[in-house]
Design a protein around this ligand. Sequence first.
Ligand code: MLT
Length: 411
Amino acid sequence: MAKLNDNYLKLKAGYLFPEIARRVKAFSDSDPDAAAEIIRCGIGDVTEPLPAAAREAMKAAIDELGKRETFRGYGPEQGYDFLRAAIAEGDYRGRGVEVADDEIFVSDGSKCDTGNILDIFGPGNTIAITDPVYPVYVDTNVMAGNTGEADEAGAYAGIHYMPCTADNGFVPAIPEGKVDLIYLCYPNNPTGATATKGQLAAWVEYARGNGAIILYDAAYQAFVQDGSLPRSIYEVDGARECAIEFRSFSKNGGFTGVRCAFTVVPKELLAETAAGEKKPLHPLWARRQSTKFNSVSYPVQRAAEALYSADGKAQIAALIDHYMGNAKLLREACAGLGLDVYGGENAPYVWVACPPGIDSWGMFDKMLGEAKVVVTPGAGFGAAGEGFFRISAFNSRANVGTVCDRLRTIV
Ligand code: MLT
């Protein structure tokens, strides 16, 4: 009989967000009147319309595909040159950060890229992951066979967990021992915390000193309000030798349904073969993408390119202002109730300590049952997330106002 991938059987429960959706559906089915009032602040899914610049570019691209002279079939697997150039210039070189056009790999999402990147790493790497964390990093390592079984608390053998707590500002301590692959995400999902350039510099120093690679998820960089905070790990000297960066148009351009993202693999970045020889990772990722991926559709890449136009930038800025205005209201409402509140100042997530006596799934149930608001229980992001819940600021202003009012009635 054909053999399955036993590693999948090690995975605990369902993936967090489908599990939440399942619970919300069960609640809705049991109380259809309440269902109509539910406000979703769980998964960080955008709510505001796609920027006009992106829509217009997409429509024009569709018209090009409708004419024989301008029709296009398969595009380059790494993304069209026009988009790679717009990204490298707009997000990096224009901000004084060295990244070449051909170090940009266009994709359909950071979720996919942060999972798929494991294809180019061999077995036996020690994986360091923050706790709490975006669950994709953990689950994809389990699927790839990089872990043992999970214990009762859901922690997998073989993963080096790095607790992120209010005491360390949700930025983990540098490991004392040696790890090989380090997942960092700032501005952070789920805690909304940020890391300073000095903190990232310490990680870069560790990685270079230990031959480790940092997998840096910067999907929320556009939400940074404090100009002194880094938006890219490559703002730190030496990061090109030890870091891969993931970015997405999902949250800044409202592309969660459109799908476009990119990964930066610098040419200086090396890893070791089984025989101990140092080789660049850039050609491996290029080869992986050429073999397993055909990039993103032409209209979507044109839409992403349009986000770098003057109009596109202004429209993104308006979206960010809107969501960060929501985050401020949510922060204020929670703080006003005497809850400990984190994040929400440079990230679209507000991370809130549960009221005394309620755990994070208990708070999820209370918010759903009594306030008809979906939040994400902190424990769903890892053991260190217990005692917290996450409120997503992705919503309409009117809904956020209602969420704040309802919070006041139940806490
Ligand atoms: C989240 O809610 O954590 C994110 O929206 C999930 C994602 O981006 O895949």
